[in-house]
Ligand binder design. Sequence first.
Ligand code: FES
Ligand code: FES
Length: 154
Amino acid sequence: MEITTTVNGNSLTLDVPPNWSLADVLRQKLSLTGTKLGCEAGECGACTVLLDGEPVNSCLVLGVEADGKSVETIEGQIQDGELSALQEAMVEKSAVQCGFCTPGLIMSATALLAEIPKPTEQQVREGLEGNICRCTGYNKPVEAILSVARKKKK
Ligand code: FES
Ligand code: FES
C-alpha cells in the first residue's frame, strides 16, 4: 500500500506492506535502526517514536497509519550534525549504560518537554512510565531530562 508520510522532516512516498508495523517500516525500509525493538508487544517502550508529536509504541502502530502524518525518530534529534540537548544531557549525566532504551527514553522526554517545558521530577518519572530501562534505575535519565528543562527559557 502506498503511503505519504514525513519522517524527520523529509516527505516520503513509500510502498508499505499492510501488515508491517511502523517500527518495521522505519528499520527495514528506511534503515532508521535507532528505533529499537525489544518486546514487540507494547511493554518496553524501546520503539517509541513521535507520530504527529505524540509518543507511540511503533511496534504496535501499523506503518500504513503513518499515512498523511509526521514521524519523528531518534535520528531526527541530530540537527546540523549536533546532538540535541537531550542527547547531550544523557551522555553528560552518564544516563546511558547499554543504551538500548535510550532512543525511546529520549523520544518520550521530547514529547514531555514539548507539553510541559518545566516538569517536576514526578512529572518526568510519569512521562517515562512507558519506557523500561534495566540498567540505570532511572535516576540518571531523570536527572538528565530535568537538567535540559532547567535550561529552557519558558
Ligand atoms: S518493542 Fe515496542 S513496546 Fe517494546
Ligand atoms: S541503559 Fe540499558 S536498558 Fe536502559
